[in-house]
Design a protein around this ligand. Structure first.
Ligand code: ATP
Ligand code: SF4
Ligand code: MG
Length: 321
């Protein structure tokens, strides 16, 4: 069953530059379906729009960010809603149906509230009673002792804090969690623990994940679906197996070839050039200034996402038209 349907979504920030208002086209016409059992990984270079997409999916638009076209439709059984330029986000869905672990969430916990008070605030905002037994059981599932309830966030290690954030995000049994780089500030061992935890929650509680990461090497052990983002666009999507075994877009190939492997002494080639402006993006394929395979067509005409083969594989590149 489809949980999230993204259609032609465009979400821009409006910023003032040199006395003029300009649009940063952070999400610039993307479409995708996310099914209820998916663990979807989103990858791409810094600044390509991953966190912006996460914010829109959650409906957490900051004042500078506007949906200018397209929409996101979410369906949790009979409870359905749409996020669109009309701006009708529905916070009552938050935490109970959809949760969000924002980038930099280690600092998201209110520093002047103890963890039990933070749980109390969450429950109060949903008109639910504070039931210490069920909170303790939930913490136990996430390998956290009930002692953390009496602690302030600053008394917890980074790994414990991230577990608490995940405990809060999962406590009301959401169907989907948007996790934006949930392990980026953690050491490798703690990172592994947290990833195992996400896997456990996905498998045991059937929570769908949208997982944003810079670390592509984590994906095969976690996710079943994958999207590659470049400058506000999706350039390739499909199952993880398919994209790892048969990457087609030149950008995806660069990204995958950059994964370090133990014992591999071959020199890694950086992706040539740097990410282009999102205020005045180039015409045609936005990757053309960096692409070794570009043709005249690439600079003039934007390649659409086209289906290639099976495994939901789609790619936006004129090489496969
Ligand atoms: P990273 O991997 O570094 O987290 P990202 O892919 O998540 O990057 P976004 O945070 O979505 O990228 O940013 C996309 C673009 O939008 C960037 O050019 C960024 O500077 C811009 N941007 C992000 N947040 C804002 C904001 N609040 N106001 C204005 N511009 C913003
Ligand atoms: Fe390269 Fe052209 Fe494909 Fe863009 S459309 S990735 S420039 S070959
Ligand atoms: Mg980000």
């Amino acid at each position: 069953m489809i949980l999230v349907q993204i259609d032609g979504l465009k979400a821009y920030y409006t910023v003032e530059q040199d006395g003029q208002f300009r649009n940063i086209r952070a999400v610039d016409d993307v479409s995708l379906e996310i099914e209820e059992n998916d663990f979807l990984a989103i990858v791409g270079e810094s600044g390509c729009g991953k966190s912006t997409l996460a914010k829109v999916l959650y409906g957490a638009l900051d004042p500078a960010l506007k949906i200018v076209d397209g929409n996101v439709r979410l369906a949790f059984g009979d409870y359905k809603y749409e996020i669109s330029p009309k701006g009708n986000t529905l916070p009552e869905a938050w935490w109970e149906r959809i949760s969000y672990i924002p980038q930099g969430s280690l600092s998201a916990l209110n520093p002047v509230r103890k963890i039990d008070q933070i749980f109390r605030d969450l429950l109060l905002s949903h008109n639910l009673p504070f039931d210490i037994k069920s909170i303790e059981e939930h913490l136990n599932l996430l390998n956290l002792s009930r002692q953390v309830l009496k602690m302030y966030p600053f008394e917890l290690s980074g790994g414990m804090k991230q577990r608490v954030v995940i405990a809060l995000a999962t406590f009301l049994n959401p169907k989907i969690i948007i996790a934006d780089e949930p392990t980026s500030a953690l050491d490798v061992v703690t990172q592994n623990d947290i990833l195992e935890l996400l896997s456990l929650l996905h498998n045991s509680k059937k929570i769908c994940f949208v997982f944003i990461t810079h670390d592509i090497s984590l994906i095969p052990n976690l996710a079943n679906m994958m999207v590659v983002m470049y400058c506000g666009n999706f350039v390739e999507s499909g199952t993880v197996d398919e994209l790892f075994s048969n990457p087609l877009h030149p950008y995806t190939r660069f990204l995958l070839s950059s994964i370090p492997k133990i014992g591999d002494k071959t020199e890694k080639k950086p992706i040539p050039g740097s990410i282009v402006s999102l205020i005045n993006p180039p015409s045609g394929c936005k990757f053309h200034s960096r692409c070794p395979y570009k043709s005249d067509l690439c600079g003039n005409s934007k390649p659409p996402m086209i289906k290639v083969g099976s495994n939901k594989h789609e790619v936006a590149c004129w090489l496969y038209r």
